[in-house]
Design a protein around this ligand. Structure first.
Ligand code: A3D
Length: 320
């Protein structure tokens, strides 16, 4: 049986890290695609040369030709431009929308059976546009944001409680932006929900509020430190978790930007929700009950994403 084929569209900071992680985890053979000739080839060769040291078997190729995506089982899309200090994710919309058109058409022609994970920002609008341009089934196209936002929340909570990150679970839903919705009620340390931990006196509501705000600002904090680009290690690890769930039919419960039709009162729209990811892609959207405040935050987030989708339709008439 041949190995799965993983196509990474965009061989920049996240693309290169994705390729390295896919190799280390022996998820399959990797093709790196980019328009910057030399970058995908150079990164592919560099990672391949690390394989004898780390002892993993996988083929790595770099290309500027969409035809080399042929037969890919998974496509992870990071093509486009990242944020610089002072830029919001939404500032990237116009440039990255054009990139999604080229990428969507390339995937439709050469890898129509792939499970597609979009990372390019502004995430919720770009994954919607990528699905529209590619025409792939809606359950086979999703966006990575919730796993990353939840990982940031989990890390900050583990630091606050001085416990292992392994014992902290957290859910961040909604759009990937300033309006994201960290859900304290559904987040736990050793199975104990955060509001109970406040009642037990293990932390204070003020500290929890600060952590929630830091989670919302998590991407900007890294952009501010790096100055030349945005986060890439944690985003890559998060997308690899989703790809692995698909390739190994793990039925993982992961928050991701999924096409939601019916649930949450939405009528065909990409936004961050809890999902089950397995061999059929996004197999289920889990509808949880919000309390009043959570519902307000979620509605706010949906409104922001709808605004971005409307802006996409204005820029590219074929999407209207
Ligand atoms: P970067 O290192 O600049 O890599 C992007 C790559 O895309 C570059 O190598 C470009 O040459 C390439 N590229 C540009 N246009 C095209 C095209 N038309 N076809 C193919 N390749 C192209 O950026 P990065 O890897 O740091 O980030 C990639 C994207 O991910 C950006 O849009 C970021 O904003 C986004 N991002 C999203 C998250 C989420 O949580 C959703 C987190 C971090 C970054």
């Amino acid at each position: 049986m041949s190995r799965p084929k993983i196509a990474l569209i965009g061989a920049g900071q996240i693309g290169g890290t994705l390729a390295h992680l896919a190799g280390l985890k022996e998820l399959g053979d990797v093709v790196l695609f980019d328009i910057a000739d030399g970058t995908p080839q150079g990164k592919a060769l560099d990672i391949a040369e690390s394989s004898p040291v780390d002892g993993f078997d996988a083929a790595f190729a770099g290309t500027t030709d969409y035809a080399d995506l042929a037969g890919a089982d998974v496509c992870i899309v990071t093509a486009g431009v990242p944020r610089k200090p002072g830029m919001s994710r939404d500032d990237l919309l116009g440039i990255n929308l054009k990139v999604m058109k080229a990428v969507g058409e390339g995937i439709a022609e050469h890898a129509p059976n792939a499970f597609v994970i979009c990372i390019t920002n502004p995430l919720d609008a770009m994954v919607w546009a990528l699905r529209e341009f590619s025409g792939l089934p809606k359950n086979m196209v999703c966006g990575m944001a919730g796993v990353l936002d939840s990982a940031r929340f989990r890390y900050f909570l583990a630091e606050e409680f001085k416990v292992s990150v392994k014992d902290v679970n957290a859910f961040v839903l909604g759009g990937h932006g300033d309006t994201m919705v960290p859900l304290a009620r559904y987040s736990t340390v050793g199975g104990i929900p955060l509001p109970d931990l406040v009642k037990m006196g293990w932390t204070t509501q003020d500290k929890l509020d600060t952590i929630i705000q830091r989670t919302r600002d998590g991407g900007a904090e890294i952009v501010g430190l790096l100055k030349t680009g945005s986060a890439f290690y944690a985003p890559a690890a998060s997308a690899i978790e989703m790809a692995e769930a698909y390739l190994k039919d793990q039925k993982r419960v992961l928050p991701c930007a999924a096409h939601v039709e019916g649930a949450y009162g939405l009528d065909g729209f990409y936004v961050g929700v809890p999902t089950v990811i397995g061999a059929s892609g996004v197999e289920k959207v889990i509808e949880i009950k919000f309390d009043k405040d959570e519902q307000t935050m979620f509605d706010n987030s949906v409104k922001a994403v709808k605004g971005l989708v409307a802006a996409c339709k204005e820029i590219d008439g074929s999407l209207a």
